[in-house]
Design a protein around this ligand. Structure first.
Ligand code: DGL
Length: 253
């Protein structure tokens, strides 16, 4: 079974891509809604949550764990790999490299949480990008709350998104990296505000391909999920399930 977790329901944007390419596996998705958002929380706090959730997923029978949260990947994946070795953890990658290859204006924008932007993983990846490319960043302030509350479009969503996206567009960004797994659920208003000349990059499909490769190499693919058109996934929320169910229904109903 593939265990997937996030601070909330956003990680379903990653689960969706994984299930697309591995439709016959069994899944367990843990949304830590009671402790969401993680964005401004301390590293120790997120590490504690990540340990607790990992134990929970192991009890449920997980063979591999996807940290479908950029903030938790930044804060806790190194600790999880050390403490739960040899268990495999797949984390989120800040997609600045593909963005750097695609930009024509030479400016890429990154939207993420404060925790992700100050994490060493992001800073290291950023330091490998050609120095001729300018990277501008902004915290997607209020984005996670919009998704958790099911406000995925309309004037309120657009007003909140504009405040964080406009500084990136004004700096000349023609490519925007979504560095938080909640943000793909806001793709419609993000596209509307950014306009047709701006590419939006979601790292979820490449994380899903990476997971598939690792599972193939490790002999972990089981193909034992229930056959049928719906994914074989159990949903669990540490808090209010409503947001998780809303997102699930949006994807699969
Ligand atoms: N979905 C998460 C991420 O990718 C966490 C957002 C949050 O809880 O602040 O960063």
């Amino acid at each position: 079974m593939i265990g997937i977790f996030d601070s909330g329901s956003g990680g379903m944007s990653v689960a969706r891509e994984i299930i697309r390419i591995l439709p016959r596996e069994k899944y367990f998705f843990f949304a830590d809604n009671a402790h969401c958002p993680y964005g401004e929380k301390s590293r120790e706090y997120i590490e504690d949550r990540a340990r607790f959730i990992t134990r929970f997923l192991l009890e449920k029978g997980a063979d591999i764990i996807v940290v479908a949260c950029n903030t938790a990947t930044a804060a806790a994946i190194a600790t999880l790999r050390k403490e739960f070795a040899p268990l495999k953890f797949i984390g989120m990658e800040p997609a600045v490299k593909p963005a750097a290859l695609g930009t024509k204006s030479g400016v890429i924008g990154v939207l993420a949480t404060a925790g992700t932007l100050k994490g060493s993983k992001y800073l290291n990846t950023k330091s490998t990008v050609d120095s001729g490319i300018k990277i501008v960043e902004h915290v997607g302030r209020g984005f996670v709350e919009l998704v958790e509350n099911g406000i995925l479009e309309g004037p309120e969503a657009e007003k909140t998104i504009k405040e964080s996206l406009e500084p990136l567009l004004e700096a000349g960004a023609d490519t925007i990296v979504l560095g938080c797994t909640h943000y793909p659920f806001l793709i419609a208003p993000i596209r509307k505000i950014a306009g047709p000349g701006v590419s939006i990059i979601d790292p979820a499909p490449s994380v899903a391909r990476h997971l598939k490769n690792v599972m193939e190499q490790e002999g972990l693919l089981k193909n034992d999920g229930a056959p049928g058109k719906d994914p074989d996934i159990e949903l669990y929320s540490s808090g209010d399930r409503e947001s998780l169910e809303r997102i699930f229904n949006l994807i699969y109903l």
